[in-house]
Design a protein. Structure first.
Length: 406
């Protein structure tokens, strides 16, 4: 029995090592662009960790949170919102037509949290203190940061459990797969609750900065706006990533005749509804606050670009595209929506933060390169996983490695 177990373990190890080998062509446009960026990013990080944040960033006492927080964390987490939305629709609402995209959506969400939450380490002056919010040290157990940290940690574990059956299938571990599959529903329900809490919790962090955020962007309803915007941000990211995957991962997508377009139309309808709710909230907040005089200023013009051009317009495009079944219009709406999320989150955390400061923060080129490095690394890991594990419908019928004796 022990010999059989040893043989299975050895077989799995050999299988994993064989899967580590590169596949396909190396000289692709993505590789040519991403590899130099990753190398330069790693060099920048060496300077960051040996010479401090000031050597590679433009952060200061007035602007302690910069591009790495505003984009990598605050914006990136919103883009990962599709995971909790789709799992809710499939496992709670029992909309089975979206099941083919559950695994890839959960994988995207897990990798986003893994890389974007990991980016917090880069932004901390003393990275080894990253455990402080989790244990409540110096923050207290009533701190919003304490709650967000625990939500992040537990939600990553929940997403790992949700995706783990795919890993078990890849390894041919049938008993483990059955056990992990049985845990999925509980992990989904737990994960949905956590995700709703920390999406709004990120917004609650900015409630402490009323005196620093421009009046057009500050409201006590920021947590609600962050939560609602994460819904259509996640759905838009699913549409955007699906468009890219159609072109570069065709052989793994399976038979699209089974209603792939209908999935996109359904996602567009959901995004349109969520965006209308978000726009309605924004309108109510503006009317209640009465910042009419602020509209006839450069900040007001920029606010109108965000709200009208990057919220209302894509909302209309989504509704029109879904009604008239136009994939092209829906894809344009998805891109505009993602740009709008980036603009909104950066407005609150960076652009309109300390807006009256005589010298404003502008991210250094090193900060931008490191952010691109993180995005490229996430795509590399995502590509490795989907080309080996049963993530897309086209790989669900791959034969498991013949190494399982259970």
């Amino acid at each position: 029995m022990a010999e059989a177990s040893t043989g299975v373990s050895g077989g799995r190890l050999r299988f994993i090592l064989s899967e580590m080998k590169p596949r396909g062509r190396w000289l692709t446009p993505f590789n040519v662009i991403s590899i130099p960026v990753i190398i330069v990013g790693l060099v920048i990080l060496w300077f960051r960790f040996t010479q401090g944040l000031g050597s590679v960033t433009n952060l200061s006492q007035a602007f302690p949170w910069g591009f790495w927080i505003g984009f990598d964390v605050v914006t990136g987490v919103a883009f990962a919102g599709g995971a909790y939305v789709i799992t809710f629709v499939v496992y709670v609402m029992k909309e089975e037509k979206y099941r083919p995209i559950v695994r890839v959506t959960v994988l995207n969400g897990f990798l986003a949290y893994l890389f974007y939450a990991g980016a917090l380490v880069l932004d901390l002056g003393r990275p080894w203190h990253i455990v402080n919010p989790i244990i409540g040290n110096s923050f207290g157990y009533n701190s919003v940061l304490f709650l967000v940290a625990w939500h992040f940690l537990l939600y990553m574990i929940a997403e790992a459990i949700e995706f783990s059956p795919a890993v078990a299938e890849w390894l041919g571990a049938r008993k483990a797969r059955r056990l992990l599959h049985a845990m999925t529903l509980a992990a989904v329900i737990f994960g949905i609750t956590l995700s709703m809490l920390h999406q709004s919790g990120l917004g609650a962090l900015f409630l402490l900065a009323k005196a620093k955020i421009h009046p057009l962007w500050y409201t006590e309803f920021i947590p609600i706006l962050f939560f609602v915007s994460s819904i259509f941000a996640g759905l838009s990211m699913i549409i955007f990533e699906g468009t890219i995957s159609e072109k570069v991962l065709k052989e793994y997508l399976g038979d699209k005749a089974g209603g792939h377009d209908n999935l996109v139309f359904g996602l567009a309808k959901g995004a349109a509804i969520a965006m209308f709710v978000y726009y309605f909230f924004k309108l109510l907040v503006f009317l209640h606050e009465g910042h009419w005089s602020e509209l006839d200023t450069p900040w007001g013009w920029w606010f109108l670009v965000e709200v009208l051009g990057l919220v209302l317009l894509p909302c209309i495009l989504y509704a029109f595209g879904a009604r008239h079944r136009s994939l092209g219009i829906i894809k344009v709406a998805a891109v505009l929506t993602l740009i709008g999320i980036v603009v909104n989150r950066l407005n609150i955390s960076v652009i309109a933060f300390n807006w009256q400061a005589p010298v404003h923060y502008i991210p250094s080129w090193q900060e931008i390169v490191v952010t691109l490095m993180i995005i490229f690394l996430e795509i590399w890991v995502f590509r490795w996983v989907v080309t080996r594990m049963p993530v897309y419908p086209g790989t669900n019928n791959r034969p498991a490695p013949a190494i399982d004796s259970d």
